[in-house]
Design a protein around this ligand. Structure first.
Ligand code: AGP
Length: 616
C-alpha cells in the first residue's frame, strides 16, 4: 500500500501536501516524494525514509521550513508516501515518476501487473525508464497518448494497464489541472472553495474540506481550482456524487470505522488482492536464488517457525504444502524450537513467518536454522525489518500497515502467500494435474471477492450473536483438518481482545479431556467447513450437545446436516477446504471483535499485549 494526495487551488501546496501525507503515512513509509508547479517551473523532490526525511529535503528545496510562498495564482501538486512493491527502497524508485521529457508526472498506489510487457513496448519505442518500479510506465504512457488533453491521455492509458491501482497525474501543458483515476484501490476527491483535493483517504484533506466525493472504479476525475468533472471510461460525463463528512479526525484516520481492528478486518479483501497480485506480477521472485525451480526441486523437507497468529498461518501452510506439493512440513513454535536442540538437516527449507519481522523468538529460530546450513526464507509484512536482513530470501505479504494489536489482515495475507508458495512447490514436484493446479490458482484469485462477500453477509448476524453470548465465562473452539488452524486462530482472537478464557482443540481430541469442561453454559464454536471430515465432526458435535452445550458452527453453503447439530450456523461460500480457511476466519474475527466491544473493551490496544514482541 502507498498513500497519494493531490492539490490544486490558490494556496501554496507544499505544506498542504506534506500534512496530508502525514495522515496517510500508515499506508507506507519507506520513501516519499512530491512534485509541484512553481510559477512556470515544475519541481520534484524525493527522499528515502519516512516523511521527516521528505520534510528536510523540502526545507532545503524551498526554504522557509518547507513553506513556499505562492508564485502564481494557481498552485498544483501531487505527493506520495511509499511502501515498496516493485524495485528497492531508493530515491530513484520513489514517486512521483516522470516521463522522459519531464512534462508528465504521476503518483500511484497499487500494482501495474503487466508492467514488464509495457516496459518492453516502451523500450521498442526507444523510451528509457529510470526506475525499477511498475508505476513509472504510466508516466511514459501518458506522454505517448497525449494530444492536448490530460484526461483523455489517462483514459487511453487505462486500456493498456492491468492490475489494481489509484493514480493522480499532472502535466506542464495544463498547469491548473490534476487527473485522478482508480481501479480497485481507494481514491476520494475533496471539494473545496476555489481549491480541490484528491487522496487515498479522506483523512488527508479533512482539515481543509468536509465535502468529499468517492470515485467509483474507472471513473476519471478532472480537478481544476473551481470545478471537478468526472468521466467514465467511455468519456461520458458524470455528476460527482459528494457527501458531507461528519466524522471527526480520529474516525477519519480509521476511514470511518470505529476502531483500527474493524477497519483492518474490512481491508482483508484488498490485503489478499495486493499480496496475490504482487506475487504474480513479480516473476523475478522465482529467479531469486531461493525460489528458483532447481532450488525448490532439491527441497525434501520444510520447517516453519513462528509465534502466535503467524504460527497458525504456518499450520494452514503445512496443510497446503503437504497436500498439494507432497513435501513433508513441520511447524514449530519458535520459542520451543530455539531451545529444543532441533536437527535441521542440510537441504531443509526453513520459513520464518512474522508479520512484524522483529519477533525475537522467530528471529532466534531462523538464526539457529541458518547456522545448521538450512536455507531460510522470511515471510513478513514489514520491509527492512530484521527478518529481511537476516534471511536468505524474503517473501512479502502486502497487507499494509496493521495498527490493531490483534493480527487480522496480516494473517490472511500470510496464508495466501504461503498457498502461492505451496502451488509453486507443487508445480516443481508435479504432484497435481494441470487441471487441479489451474483450478486452485483460479480459486485463490477469487478469494478477495469472496472475503468481501463474507464480510457483508455475516457482520450483522455475528454482532447479534456476540452480544447475546458476551457474558459467557468460557468458549471451546473445535476444528478438524483445514478447520483446525482457523479454530486455533479464532480462539486466540477472542482471548486476546475480550480476556474471556478460550481453548481450541482438534475435535477428535475432545473426548480425551476437554469434554470435561462442557456444560449448558459453554458455547462451542466449531469450524465445520472441511467436508472431508464432516461426518466425523458431526459425531463430535453430537457428543457436545449430549452435554447440553450450545454450538455455533461455521459451515459451507449448501451443507445440510450441520443445521441439526448447531443452534447457530454461519455459512461461507463453497470452495476447496484449504481456501475456505481464509473465509472461515472472517466470522470468527468479527465474533471476537463484537464480543469484546459488547464488553466495553479497547480492542486496538488490549491489555498486556504489544504489537511487536522484540523480547523473549
Ligand atoms: C496476534 O493477534 C498476536 N498479536 C500475536 O500472537 C502475534 O501474532 C505474534 O506475537 C507474532 O507476531 P509476528 O507475526 O509479528 O511475529
Amino acid at each position: 500500500m502507498c498513500g497519494i494526495i493531490g492539490y490544486v487551488g490558490g494556496r501554496p501546496c507544499q505544506r498542504l501536501l506534506l500534512d496530508g501525507l502525514r495522515k496517510l503515512e500508515y499506508r507506507g513509509y519507506d520513501s516519499a516524494g512530491m512534485a509541484w508547479r512553481e510559477g512556470e517551473m515544475a519541481r520534484c523532490i524525493r527522499a528515502v525514509g519516512n516523511l521527516d526525511s521528505l520534510e528536510s529535503v523540502l526545507a532545503c528545496a524551498v526554504g522557509d521550513g518547507g513553506v513556499a510562498t505562492a508564485t502564481a495564482t494557481v498552485s498544483a501538486g501531487i505527493a506520495h508516501t511509499r511502501w515498496a512493491t516493485h524495485g528497492g527502497v531508493t530515491e530513484i524508485n520513489a514517486h512521483p515518476h516522470e516521463d522522459a521529457s519531464g512534462r508528465f508526472r504521476i503518483v500511484l498506489n497499487g500494482i501495474i501487473e503487466n508492467h514488464l510487457e509495457l516496459r518492453d513496448r516502451l523500450a521498442a519505442d526507444l523510451v528509457t525508464l529510470r526506475s525499477d518500479t511498475d508505476a513509472e510506465v504510466v508516466a511514459h504512457l501518458l506522454a505517448l497518448h497525449y494530444d492536448g488533453n490530460l484526461a483523455e491521455a489517462v483514459r487511453r492509458s487505462l486500456d493498456e494497464l492491468e492490475g489494481h491501482y489509484a493514480l493522480v497525474a499532472m502535466c506542464d501543458e495544463e498547469p491548473d489541472t490534476l487527473v485522478g483515476v482508480r481501479r480497485e484501490c481507494p481514491l476520494v476527491v475533496g471539494l473545496g472553495d476555489g481549491e480541490q483535493f484528491i487522496a487515498s483517504s479522506i483523512s488527508a484533506f479533512l482539515a481543509h474540506t468536509r465535502e468529499a466525493a468517492v470515485l467509483s472504479d474507472e471513473e476519471i476525475a478532472v480537478l481544476r481550482p473551481h470545478e471537478v468533472e468526472v468521466f467514465d471510461v467511455k468519456g461520458l460525463r458524470h455528476r460527482p456524487a459528494s457527501t458531507q463528512v461528519e466524522w471527526d479526525e480520529d474516525r477519519c484516520e480509521k476511514d470511518g470505522f470505529e476502531t483500527f481492528m474493524l477497519k483492518e478486518i474490512h481491508e482483508q479483501g484488498s490485503a489478499v488482492r495486493e499480496t496475490l497480485s504482487q506475487w504474480r506480477a513479480n516473476p523475478e521472485l522465482s529467479e531469486d536464488g531461493a525460489l528458483a525451480a532447481e532450488r525448490l526441486a532439491a527441497v525434501k523437507r520444510i520447517v516453519i517457525v513462528a509465534c502466535g497468529t503467524s504460527y497458525h498461518a504456518g499450520l494452514a501452510a503445512r496443510n497446503a504444502i503437504e497436500r498439494w506439493a507432497r513435501i513433508p512440513v513441520e511447524v514449530e513454535v519458535a520459542s520451543e524450537f530455539r531451545y529444543r536442540e532441533p536437527i535441521v538437516a542440510d537441504g531443509a527449507l526453513v520459513l520464518g513467518i512474522s508479520q512484524s519481522g522483529e519477533t525475537a523468538d522467530t528471529l532466534a529460530a531462523m538464526r539457529l536454522a541458518k547456522a545448521q546450513g538450512a536455507t531460510v526464507l522470511a515471510v513478513t509484512n514489514t520491509p527492512a525489518s530484521q527478518a529481511t536482513r537476516e534471511a536468505d530470501g524474503v517473501l512479502f505479504t502486502r497487507a499494509g500497515l496493521e495498527i490493531g494489536v490483534a493480527a487480522t489482515k496480516t494473517f490472511v495475507a500470510q496464508v495466501v502467500l504461503l498457498y502461492e508458495l505451496a502451488l509453486r512447490l507443487a508445480a516443481v514436484t508435479g504432484a497435481q494435474s494441470p487441471a487441479t493446479m489451474a483450478e486452485l490458482h483460479d480459486q485463490l484469485e477469487q478469494l478477495p471477492q469472496l472475503i468481501d462477500q463474507v464480510l457483508s453477509s455475516v457482520d450483522e448476524p455475528i454482532r447479534g450473536l456476540a452480544g447475546r453470548l458476551a457474558l459467557s465465562p468460557f468458549f471451546l473452539y473445535l476444528g478438524r483438518l483445514a478447520g483446525l488452524p482457523v479454530a486455533l486462530e479464532g480462539a486466540l482472537k477472542l482471548k486476546e481482545i475480550s480476556y474471556v478464557p478460550t481453548d481450541a482443540y482438534a475435535a477428535g481430541e475432545m473426548k480425551h479431556g476437554p469434554i470435561a469442561l462442557l456444560s449448558r453454559e459453554t458455547p462451542v464454536i466449531c469450524v465445520a467447513t472441511d467436508e472431508r471430515v464432516l461426518p466425523k465432526l458431526l459425531s463430535n458435535l453430537s457428543e457436545v450437545r449430549a452435554r447440553g452445550a450450545r454450538v455455533l458452527a461455521i459451515a459451507t453453503e449448501g451443507s445440510r446436516e450441520i443445521a441439526e447439530h448447531a443452534e447457530h450456523v454461519v455459512y461461507i461460500p463453497r470452495a476447496d477446504p484449504l481456501m475456505q480457511c481464509v473465509l472461515a476466519i472472517v466470522p470468527l474475527q468479527l465474533f471476537a471483535y463484537h464480543l469484546a466491544r459488547a464488553r466495553g473493551l479497547n480492542v486496538d490496544q488490549p491489555r498486556n499485549l504489544a504489537k511487536t514482541v522484540t523480547v523473549e
